[in-house]
Design a protein around this ligand. Sequence first.
Ligand code: G6P
Length: 476
Amino acid sequence: MPQADLVVVANRLPVDRIEGPDGEPQWRRSPGGLVTALEQVMQNIDGAWVGWGGKPDLDVEPFDLDGTLLVPVPLSRSDLRDYYEGFSNGTIWPLYHDVIATPEFKRSWWDAYVRVNRRFAEAAAEHVAEGGFVWVQDYQLQLVPQMLRELRPDVIIGYFHHIPFPAYALFQQLPWRRQVLEGLLGADVVGFQRVADAGNFQRSIRRLLSYPTKGDTIRVPTADDSHRLVVSKAYPISIDAKQFIELAQDPQVLARAKELREQVGSDKVLLGVDRLDYTKGIRHRLKAYGELLHDGRIKGHDATLVNVASPSRPGVEAYQDLRDEIEMTVARINGDYSTVENTAIRYLHQGFPREEMVALYLAADVMLITALRDGMNLVAKEYVAVRGDNTGVLVLSEFAGAADELGSALLINPHDIDGMKDAIMRALEMPPAEQARRMRTMRRKVLENDVEKWGALFLADVERIRAFRAGEEQAS
Ligand code: G6P
């Protein structure tokens, strides 16, 4: 088996297994943000990607896709229940998102998390070349860096955490808090979305492990009474801005945007786009919008809210409950305030191809991002990237990582319903000159700090570590 200089390890492979026209299974590229982000980094490199194939009990040999070796990691139904739905999405996800939902601490879930993390680490160890670089992604795999270091001390290991890292007072609740920190510290570079996340991580390290931290570095003691330096800092992830700008200029996409606009019919279009997740503040958004209709500040033909909530983690109870609640609320608001000609909320529980999303962004006067907690929120950056004529208003939660860069949005605290209502009205009434001023500033940021730059900044620190290690070896 050929070995790769760069191995990405993520919970999911960048492909979905689908049924081809002849009934034979086939792989199709999945359009997620991580995939496009890393696609750029993996170009021109001899790369491999280790991940789950998206279906239970799928045991397939590694295969090549456009020059990247894809290495499927099999997960059984019970692995999925205990490692994916359980520990990843029933313990870590709610704990790291400020306990918006209550995390459950189950020992059997933890055992599965350890077991499955080891499987990913072993697959990466098998496929990485001598002295290569392994880039581990996200909260499902926090133990992989340390496990991999034990198996392959020769490789450089990076870890990027796509979701928030919580304040110490919350992280402290985790019964396996030390093991998780030790797991992450197996990496040479540990990346976060926000400066605040890196700060929370370092504080937990100091409090729980008593390792000294200085600036961006942590001194981790090693078995030979020496120490290793781990870099831990913020690298805010982004989008392939050029690709979005190109799509926004595509005649078919433009025609579709016009068509959507005409079909919606109302004077203004507000848009919400999220996975159906309790972290996204969809309930708060609907509450604010429903009250604006109730108060008569928005009337019949004035506006429509198009709310896309793509299906997510349907096996987890909190997501099932959320769906019921949201669908009940949408039905009530529509029952009370729609007219035969105008629907108050167009609710879509579906995922759409990127072209359709860009057409929706182009059709929307106001984009509503109301997350109660969010690592970054790339939808905010996508909306800004496509608004080439500098029209449109972004209403953005302070609790999304994107708020650090997009300070010219109308920033809101989604817990403050009155404040959110006022921000929505301000967005609907904003004069074009103010829209342009704000949008121009935000577009500059998004175009400058695109995903290519994100990858380059992370890899520059990886090289720094590599050089440091080489220097140490020479000295010894
Ligand atoms: C978030 C996480 C990703 C995850 C994605 C979709 O963005 O940070 O790691 O892949 O949600 O969730 P899913 O559970 O469907 O993979």
